[in-house]
Each structure stands twice: as structure tokens, then as C-alpha cells.
Design a protein around this ligand. Structure first.
Ligand SMILES: NC(=O)c1ccc[n+]([C@@H]2O[C@H](COP(=O)([O-])OP(=O)(O)OC[C@H]3O[C@@H](n4cnc5c(N)ncnc54)[C@H](OP(=O)(O)O)[C@@H]3O)[C@@H](O)[C@H]2O)c1
Length: 293
């Protein structure tokens, strides 16, 4: 790796950083110069993850659905004085076709994936540096209508809605909110799912294979580095990550980039920003499904 580290000196919070996508992202962020706080409910997995990451990491045990656990997390993070990046990644997935959905299934998924994610971010705000980056971990299930994934998909659709609102709520602080929407990714969460359901999902992927957590970690790394004004006005679902430079990557996947028409008011910004919009960009209402492919 070259001498230049992409997140040198940044402080990042990664919920669910003990396995899968969160752990891969924590390792990548540390490699790129960040100090990371990771969380998870299970003590052993947390300890193992801290050891695997090796340095510049603190593990804080906790459940994102419990607000007192989040308070404890941010009391620990406060020792560093600020947060540059929050990757609200922790989440759970379960299949349940309509007709079999229980209240327990609904409450569990909404408590963790929606309530937990919302309060992970809200409670981070007092420590969040202006110009910081909020990244949520969504899913393609939020738009694909995957069989038996109705409640899970709805929780992830809620996250897409959150970031649109937060882009407006946090614009004065230049804090950017984005959601990445991974396709099926080979992590421990997959191990617990029925093999036929996974095979059915994988059969729909043009690449013919699941993604790896390291690939999604690269998508997470994209956002904190993104030129602030661009990711403030763009409402992106980044489903694939590749390429030599971030802007070139963005240009190669224009169909995945959607524009917030309302956020364009005042464009180009009068001062404080050096960025120019990349080409091509689509203008249009943020609610258009066609644009959110
Ligand atoms: N794998 C996929 O195919 C896929 C696709 C799209 C989106 N995603 C999303 O990616 C995110 C990470 O999943 P993954 O695939 O990496 O699965 P994973 O390996 O099972 O990781 C989930 C992480 O979240 C933690 N976690 C779960 N519930 C939590 C809670 N209530 N409070 C705190 N931490 C909690 C887990 O640790 P503990 O269990 O110890 O708490 C673990 O660290 C999830 O939001 C998932 O929905 C995954």
C-alpha cells in the first residue's frame, strides 16, 4: 500500500463489527489509518475481533436495540473526543413468508434493524464532527421483493428513507448520510439461512456468486472519502464497488446513482466547496424507482 492512508487519523464507530461485513470494514478502516470502535452482543466474538484487528481498536459490548447500551458505547467513544464516521452496520436477517409472520419476528427485526440503527446514529450526533459521514447497511432486499424477506426488506427500506431525511436534517453540519445496499454476501448471517433460499437468491445474481465481506468493506470506505458536497446532493445506493478512483467508479455506475432534486436547490454551492459534479448524473425525483435500481 502507498504511504497515503485514506482514513488517517479518523475516528470511526462500526456497530456489528465482530463478524462479516462489519469486521471486514473495521480491518480495512484500521489499515487505512482510522481508529475504530466496534460493537456486538457476544463477548467472545467481540474479543476475537479485537484481537484479529490487532491495533487502533476498542471493542464495546452491547445491543443496538438497547438505548442504555448505546449510551455506554458513546461514553467510551467520547474519550477520543469526536467521531468522523459512523457505520451503522449491525443487523439481523430472517426469512418468514407472508402468512407465517409472527409478532416476535416483526419486533425483533424492526427493533434491531430500524430502531437500533436510528438511535445508533442519533446518539452519535453530539460527538459527530461537522462534515462527518454516516453510512447505513441496507440491502438489495429493500427493493427486490425477495421471497419470504418481506419484513427484513421493509426494515432495510426504512433505512433508505432515513438517509434521505437525514441528508436534509444534517445539511447545515455538512454531515453526509448514505446507505450501501449489498447483495447476498458470504458472511455468518448466511450460515443460518435455509440452503434452498440462498441458492434461489444466488441464482438471480448475474455474477453467479455471492459477494465477499471485503468487497462490501470497500464500498463502506468509499463514503467517508467522498467529496462532501457530492455525497450530500447525491442519494446513492452503491451495490458494487470496483475501480481505481472513486469518481471513476461513480461514473461507471450512473444507474445506481439517484439525485435528490430538493437537495439541488442552491447548486452549485456558493462557497466552501471545491467539488464539481461528476458526469453523468441523473436529475429527477428521489422517489423514482427506475432511478433507484
Ligand atoms: N450477508 C448478506 O448477504 C447481507 C446482504 C445485505 C445486507 N446485509 C447486512 O449487513 C449487515 C451485517 O451483516 P453480516 O452479513 O456481516 O452478518 P453477520 O456476520 O452476522 O454480522 C452481524 C453483526 O451484527 C452484530 N449484531 C447483530 N445484532 C446486533 C445487535 N442487536 N446489537 C449489536 N450488534 C448486533 C453481530 O454480532 P452479535 O450477534 O454478537 O451481536 C455481528 O457483529 C446487516 O445489517 C445485514 O442486514 C447482509
Amino acid at each position: 500500500m502507498s504511504g497515503h492512508k485514506k482514513l488517517q487519523g479518523k475516528i470511526a464507530v462500526i456497530t456489528g463489527g465482530t463478524t462479516g461485513i462489519g469486521l471486514a470494514t473495521a480491518k480495512l478502516f484500521v489499515k487505512e489509518g482510522a481508529y475504530v470502535f466496534i460493537t456486538g452482543r457476544r463477548h467472545k466474538e467481540l474479543d476475537d475481533a479485537v484481537k484479529a484487528i490487532g491495533s487502533n481498536v476498542t471493542g464495546v459490548q452491547g445491543d443496538i436495540a438497547k438505548l442504555t447500551d448505546l449510551d455506554r458505547l458513546y461514553e467510551t467513544v467520547a474519550t477520543k473526543g469526536r467521531i468522523d464516521v459512523v457505520f451503522a452496520n449491525a443487523g439481523v436477517a430472517e426469512f418468514a413468508p407472508l402468512g407465517t409472520i409472527t409478532e416476535e419476528h416483526f419486533d425483533k427485526l424492526f427493533d434491531i434493524n430500524v430502531k437500533g440503527t436510528l438511535f445508533t446514529v442519533q446518539k452519535a450526533l453530539p460527538l459527530m464532527k461537522d462534515g462527518g459521514s454516516i453510512i447505513l447497511n441496507g440491502s438489495v432486499a429493500s427493493v427486490k421483493g425477495t421471497a419470504a424477506f418481506g419484513v427484513y426488506g421493509a426494515t432495510k427500506a426504512a433505512l433508505r428513507s432515513f438517509v434521505r431525511t437525514w441528508t436534509s436534517d444534517l445539511k447545515d453540519r455538512h454531515i453526509r448520510s448514505n446507505v450501501i445496499s449489498p447483495g447476498p454476501t458470504d458472511t455468518p448471517v448466511i450460515d443460518g439461512q435455509p440452503a434452498d433460499a440462498i441458492a434461489r437468491i444466488v441464482s438471480t445474481i448475474p455474477m453467479g456468486r455471492m459477494g465477499g465481506p471485503d468487497e462490501i468493506a470497500k464500498a463502506a470506505l468509499f463514503w467517508p472519502r467522498m467529496i462532501p458536497v457530492l455525497s450530500q446532493v447525491l442519494n446513492c445506493s452503491l451495490m458494487a464497488a470496483e475501480g481505481k478512483s472513486d469518481l471513476r467508479m461513480l461514473q461507471r455506475i450512473p444507474c445506481l446513482v439517484t439525485f435528490r432534486q430538493d437537495a439541488l436547490e442552491g447548486w452549485p454551492p456558493s462557497s466552501g466547496f471545491r467539488a464539481k459534479a461528476p458526469h453523468p448524473i441523473r436529475r429527477g425525483p428521489a422517489t423514482s424507482l427506475r432511478q433507484e435500481r
